[in-house]
Design a binder for this molecule. Structure first.
Ligand SMILES: NC(=O)c1ccc[n+]([C@@H]2O[C@H](COP(=O)([O-])OP(=O)(O)OC[C@H]3O[C@@H](n4cnc5c(N)ncnc54)[C@H](O)[C@@H]3O)[C@@H](O)[C@H]2O)c1
Ligand SMILES: [Zn+2]
Ligand SMILES: [Zn+2]
Length: 380
């Protein structure tokens, strides 16, 4: 038992008081974990686009003040009633979507969309009592995605924590907790390219480059990177991307350009942009007879996917995935093991590092589109 178990912990947290305004370092009080909850000491966190989207809050439900952060790694400080899978000292990755292990989805081999703990961006409280575990002078502060890792301590449902190998370096594997697993799993678990396949990846941000990493691991013979931003191409070379296509450089639709480059189309395409036109191109650039396209990007809520039915009849398949089809507790420890065995390379995703007190710099970098992942160290 830790000396703080059962007590309120005062600690530092970066609080978003208003949409789009810099986070403010505050002293917050973190209540002890309740039934099926775990309190963790966050060691490292990184910034993902989803944090920035909800912080900017253009169109989403405003829920402020709020503690953002969902890509992180930490150590269990104390556990609530009913928690049997974790104990103080365990190394964990918080995951924004959970695995209760009991619902129909968790029991299905095919799904990772848990009924109880599926991502909920509009909830700012814990499930157990509908209240927050964070407060400042008695005023509650909203949670984000059930993780809120921009705090030295946070309380998380046990179903949203993956227990990982204690030998894994937390300052590197923290990025496995969201973006990297999403792209990697989209390729390895859903697109499933065979060795020697040609794979096209649309969007070369961190998620798309993780999809490229999956293609490299699967033994793809060519990886075609598609992006509107030419600055993305240099970094993508480190990820095994062999060909680059900028749709802006061509008069004809990019799917036609890719079909010409590949004698009829690619074997697999993975879309990681969120742009509806890129989604349609990704589907239409796969080879007839066997091609599979996988959608990962989150489109505008009113976007409509349009393609002629003949494209399906000609034996092309379109799929979508959420968190790379990984089950958080069952599968994510194995993704960490892939890194430990040097099959998965994480270092090339880690482009910047800042202290927790400088967390707003990580936001600036992401807003400027610089780098891939910025690691935020909690201990100043
Ligand atoms: N399905 C899931 O579980 C899941 C999880 C995490 C993120 N996502 C989504 O994945 C997407 C990618 O995330 P990211 O963090 O890598 O984003 P990012 O903004 O870093 O990268 C997206 C890239 O796509 C490029 N792009 C945009 N429109 C394009 C077009 N029409 N054609 C070609 N390239 C285009 C951009 O220039 C950019 O380089 C986002 O939509 C994000 O919301 C989905
Ligand atoms: Zn994320
Ligand atoms: Zn479940």
């Amino acid at each position: 038992m830790s000396s703080t178990a059962g007590l309120v912990i005062p600690c530092k947290a970066a609080v978003a008081w208003e949409a789009g305004k810099p986070l403010v370092m505050e002293q917050v009080e973190v209540a002890p974990p309740q039934a099926m909850e775990v309190r963790i000491k966050v060691k490292y966190t990184s910034l993902c686009h989803t944090d920035v989207y909800f912080w900017e809050c253009k169109g989403q439900t405003p829920l402020f003040p709020r503690i953002f952060g969902h890509e992180a790694a930490g150590i269990v400080e104390s556990i609530g009633e009913g928690v049997t899978d974790l104990k103080p000292g365990d190394h964990v990755l918080p995951i924004f979507t959970g695995e209760c292990k009991e619902c129909r989805h968790c029991k299905s081999e095919e799904s990772n969309m848990c009924d109880l703990l599926r991502i909920n961006t509009d909830r700012g409280v814990m499930l157990n009592d509908g209240k927050s575990r964070f407060s400042i002078k008695g005023k509650p502060i909203n949670h984000f995605l059930g993780t809120s890792t921009f705090s030295e301590y946070t309380v998380i449902h046990v179903g949203c924590l993956a227990k990982i190998n204690p030998a894994a370096p937390l300052d590197k594997v923290c990025v496995v907790s969201c973006g990297i697993s999403t792209g990697l799993g989209a390729t390895l678990n859903v697109a499933k390219p065979k060795k020697g396949s040609i794979v096209a990846v649309f969007g070369l941000g961190a998620v798309g480059l993780a999809a490229c990493e999956g293609a490299r691991i699967a033994g793809a013979s060519r990886i075609i990177g598609v992006d509107l931003n030419p600055n993305r191409f240099e970094a993508a070379k480190k990820f095994g991307v062999t060909d680059f296509v900028n749709p802006k450089d061509h008069q004809k639709p990019v799917q036609e350009v890719i079909a010409e480059m590949t004698d009829g189309g690619v074997d697999r395409a993975v879309e990681c942009t969120g742009n509806i036109n890129a989604m349609i191109s990704a589907f239409e650039c796969v080879h007839d007879g066997w091609g599979v396209a996988v959608l990962v990007g989150v489109p505008h809520q009113d976007a409509i996917f349009m393609s002629k039915p003949i494209n399906f009849l000609n034996e092309r398949t379109l799929k979508g995935t959420f968190f790379g089809n990984y089950k958080p507790r069952t599968d994510i420890p194995n993704v960490v093991e892939m890194y430990m065995k040097k099959e998965l390379e994480l270092e090339k995703f880690l482009t910047h590092r800042v202290k927790f007190s400088e967390i707003n710099k990580a936001f600036d970098l992401m807003l400027k589109g610089e780098g891939l992942r910025c690691i935020i160290t909690m201990e100043d």
